[in-house]
Design a protein around this ligand. Structure first.
Ligand code: C2E
Ligand code: MG
Ligand code: MG
Ligand code: MG
Length: 276
């Protein structure tokens, strides 16, 4: 299978290849080198207000590129980085860079909330909170402009311990979102238990919203429930006006997806998407 990537890059690699031991070992070795060489970038995808259409935030998405060409996609290298522990230094780089960029936009008078993805081994590392605080301080960014996207699985796995850490993060002023909601194991009662500000409805629900009545019903119920609990609801993977209309009517507050823009360089994001 030849998988097309953004721009004019292409590669002969499928996700299943990263499951092969030899391929994993190669990715691990290349990851170490790429960390030393600084071959990583963050691209930013807009999150828009469902009603006004204004850009209120951005999700930072990690890109591994050499000479402008993608080496591996996140779904290929992040699992390897998690298994090898390399996600700890890589995740720290992401955090520092996302905070730095949020601080820069803030100083330009364009205060948008920058969200970043956090992996379980990174979150569970004893230095996580210290790295977050140092990143905020060094970037001189108001913590209210930073959001962490966690997954159901990592939140659930450590129970009370995760909850304590999440509360300490909230105490700093950083907000928390639950990513890919609906795909994991999060029971509804956990939403009350954990100090989560926002839920991101997984794009598999959004995808079929206009064609599959069951998915539409599930999505509507998630939105209603989340709103009832006072959470912000973000829909991921919005690609059509039909999907956006449905989500807006159902009460979703923020929309994210190719309809509003895909992930792009900070330079392009700043130029094209933010009011001057
Ligand atoms: P995610 O956090 O759920 O991010 C959303 C993914 O969906 C991104 O893929 C984004 O490019 C893609 N996407 C956005 N809008 C649409 C749409 O309208 N349609 C479709 N089909 N896709 C859309 P990406 O950048 O390849 O990232 C994949 C996953 O890799 C992310 O899923 C996240 O779990 C992980 N990831 C990415 N960057 C980081 C990072 O810095 N740290 C960690 N730990 N994980 C990351
Ligand atoms: Mg995410
Ligand atoms: Mg997601
Ligand atoms: Mg995802």
């Amino acid at each position: 299978e030849v998988k097309m990537q953004g721009g004019n890059s292409y590669r002969f690699f499928t996700p299943s290849m990263s499951e092969r031991p030899a391929a994993r070992l190669r990715i691990e070795q290349e990851l170490r080198k790429a960390l030393r060489h600084g071959d990583f970038r963050l691209h930013y995808q807009p999150k828009v207000d469902a009603h006004s259409g204004a850009i209120v935030g951005a999700e930072a998405l990690l890109r591994w590129q050499v000479d402008g060409h993608e080496v591996y996609a996140p779904d290929e290298f992040i699992p390897v980085a998690e298994e090898t522990g390399l996600i700890v230094p890589l995740g720290e780089w992401v955090m520092r860079e996302a905070c730095r960029q949020a601080g820069e936009w803030h100083r330009q008078g364009r205060p948008i909330v920058v969200a970043m993805n956090v992996s379980a081994p990174q979150f569970q590392h004893p230095d996580f909170h210290a790295v977050l605080q140092a990143s905020l301080k060094d970037a001189k960014v108001p913590p209210s402009l930073i959001e962490l996207e966690l997954t159901e699985r990592m939140v659930m796995s450590a129970g009370d311990q995760s909850r304590g850490l999440m509360q300490r993060i909230k105490d700093v002023g950083v907000s928390l979102a639950l990513d890919d909601f609906g795909t994991g194991y999060c029971s509804l009662s956990y939403l009350k238990y954990f100090p989560i500000d926002a839920l991101k409805i997984d794009r598999t629900f959004v995808r079929d919203i206009a064609t599959d009545a069951d998915n539409a019903a599930i999505t509507d119920a998630i939105i209603a429930m989340a709103r009832g609990l006072g959470k912000t609801v973000v829909a991921e993977g919005v690609e059509t006006h039909e999907q956006a209309d449905h989500l807006r009517r159902a009460g979703c507050s923020l929309l994210q997806g190719y309809l509003f823009g895909s992930a792009q360089t900070a330079e392009d994001f700043g130029r094209d998407l933010l009011p001057a």
